[in-house]
Design a protein around this ligand. Sequence first.
Ligand code: DC
Length: 220
Amino acid sequence: MKKIGSQVTIAIDGPAGSGKSTVARRVAEELGLLYLDSGAMYRAVTVLAIRGGLTADSPELLEQVKACHIEFEDNGKTILLNAKDISVQIRTPAVNRRVADVAKVPEIRHEIVKHQQRIGGEGSIIAEGRDLTTIVFPNADFKFYLDASVTERAKRRLAELQAQNVNITLAAVEAEISARDEKDKTRAHSPLRAAGDAIVVDTTDKTINEVVDFIIAKVC
Ligand code: DC
């Protein structure tokens, strides 16, 4: 294992399908860092909304977010909501459809960002999402913005879905990804954008290994 300092923050942002979760998880394993999947936290809040039949901007949902406990186990592989494992629920189509609306509510973001910053204070971390380099950890030691063409990102997502026996066309996946990009990039609060001091990596023609090696070479 390569060595890295005791309080180092690596932040990665990028759109859905840019490879940031897989890359961040691998870098975390190779460097012995804590891995923070920030999208999973917005997904957990979406589970709360669906369970309670609550709209994203309802005061009840915000109260539940303030009162709930979201924790990670097994270095980010398992997410617990009030001590219950919701790792499978957060990836369901119902959550996919609603999470962008939940993630655009400023008061919810405020609570989740506080939580992420607390986790970041606990030791060396690699965190990925949409606003990690801009809002959550603006002073991160290393910042990366991963991107890839919409078609390439849709192909990656299609391969994942086909592996789960989901029957869907490339065009439909591309449309879903474009719609989510649009929501993430144009929302009023913390829109997805590359921080001025982030290293931009186009992963369209790169393998996961190549991106992982690139990041490790930059930070070690
Ligand atoms: O990375 P993901 O697909 O799990 O993210 C789910 C949603 O949450 C996505 O629509 C963007 C949003 N999100 C966000 O607004 N801010 C983050 N830091 C991470 C995710």
